[in-house]
Design a protein around this ligand. Structure first.
Ligand SMILES: NC(=O)c1ccc[n+]([C@@H]2O[C@H](COP(=O)([O-])OP(=O)(O)OC[C@H]3O[C@@H](n4cnc5c(N)ncnc54)[C@H](O)[C@@H]3O)[C@@H](O)[C@H]2O)c1
Length: 384
């Protein structure tokens, strides 16, 4: 992976996942930064990273840092990502890229000014090997003509009114929540696999808990489950817990997505089913080492994530032999492999193969249309 060193910002769920995945690729961590000196130090101790920063400015002025990973709440993405680019660093920002499409459009423009610096969004789900295999099979016309794409992304960690995280506030995460937090993963993945572009949407969203009980103090992602908070305050909520979205793709194809963060028993479950004129493909992120291939005139098939059975592209992102399962953390490792391979080969800027700021912007423009459709209760065309 060369000699590039990475600074990781954010010491919660994503901070931890990023540090682990980078290390597994042999990429050095230059240092870490959290929201307070105490958190930064505790995280450095837990991860064994030697250097800590006292501020983002200090991190950006460190000449050892070649690339910055942003694992912080969405409201920081725009400022931190633009500052990193202006400071001459590559940047890999967590999704969603920004709070709204004004910010994400501006980030695309800023990234265009620095084509030799990679500007990526961590749509890691693309990098499950079987998702890459699905893409290649569709490109090779194995499914025939695509008719429709359906699926969902569901979780249960925000099921109760006592479940709380910064995401539930529009001021921290943006006006949409379930749709932008997890729905954009699905929308990005389907665009990546099929190449289909959403032309218009018809959305119906629901806030199951218009009031949530906020514990005093910070609650990291997924950390609320199983904990009893005694000291709470009532907070009004206007972000979506659930959404159903009808999709019309360019070229007349149809789709359907539902998202939920209040679906008991679904821990982190992204599913898709792509129906073509010859075959269909279906996959579930909670069972990511196999993909189902549906046939009409012969038995259905189950394709395991076995590098010897995958095409060349997918095989590059599967390290272990079949039967030796790879999962969530591997998808980050593989996304970072794609990102740092592109940097090493100079393939940054327009046309780069990793998920770019343009991809992040596309998903936020889609979110705008989804929100407008829900508010106006009608089909809305996605802005070009
Ligand atoms: N790709 C994925 O699958 C995936 C999964 C979860 C979260 N995310 C994204 O990652 C980002 C972070 O989410 P999370 O789940 O890790 O949240 P989290 O609450 O677990 O962690 C966020 C961390 O950022 C720190 N922080 C806040 N302000 C900061 C600042 N100014 N400087 C430095 N650190 C600061 C907080 O102290 C906290 O440790 C979000 O954008 C989220 O959408 C992506």
């Amino acid at each position: 992976m060369g000699s590039i060193k990475v600074a990781v910002v954010g010491t919660g769920f994503m901070g931890w996942v990023h540090v682990e995945a980078l290390r597994r690729l042999g990429i050095d961590i230059a240092g870490v930064l959290g929201s307070s000196p105490e958190k930064t130090k505790a995280f450095a101790l837990k991860t064994g990273v030697a250097k800590t920063y006292g501020s983002y400015e200090e991190l950006l002025s460190d000449s050892e840092v070649g690339s910055v990973h942003l694992g912080v709440p969405n409201k920081f993405h725009f400022k931190m990502a633009s500052q990193a680019l202006e400071a001459g660093k590559h940047v890999l920002c967590e999704k969603p890229l920004a709070m709204n499409s004004i910010e994400s459009a501006a980030l695309v423009n800023i990234a265009a000014k620095f084509p030799r610096q990679a500007a990526g969004v961590n749509y890691n789900i693309r990098y499950y090997p079987l998702c890459i295999e699905a893409r290649d099979r569709i490109r090779n016309s194995e499914l025939g003509d695509i008719f429709h794409v359906t699926g969902s992304y569901s979780q249960d960690w925000l099921l109760l009114e006592t479940d709380y995280n910064w995401r539930v506030l529009d001021s921290e995460g943006g006006e949409l929540r379930a749709v932008s937090d997890i729905g954009t993963h699905w929308l990005d993945l389907i665009h990546f696999i099929t190449g289909l572009e959403v032309e218009s949407v018809c959305a119906d969203l629901m806030t199951v808990h218009p009031v949530r009980k906020r514990p005093r103090g910070e609650v990291a992602t997924f950390q609320g489950k199983g904990r009893a908070f005694v000291d709470t305050e009532n907070i009004p909520i206007n972000t979506d817990d659930y959404g159903s979205i009808l999709l019309r793709f360019k070229g007349g194809k149809k789709g359907l997505l539902w998202v939920s963060q209040v679906s008991a028993g679904r821990k982190n479950c992204l599913r898709f089913e792509i129906a073509g004129s010859r075959q269909s493909l279906s996959w579930n992120s909670e069972n990511p080492n196999q993909m189902n291939i549906g046939n009409r005139d012969r038995a259905n098939e189950v394709l395991p994530r076995d590098p010897s059975l995958l095409g060349k592209n997918a095989g590059r992102f599967a390290d272990y032999p079949g039967g030796h399962d790879e999962g969530y953390d591997d998808s980050f490792k593989m996304c970072f492999r794609g990102f740092y391979d592109a940097i090493a080969s100079g393939n940054t800027g327009v046309g780069a193969q990793y998920p770019t700021f343009a991809d992040g912007h596309r998903e936020i423009v889609l979110c705008d249309a989804i929100l407008q459709s829900h508010r106006e209760q009608r089909w809305v065309k996605v802005k070009e």
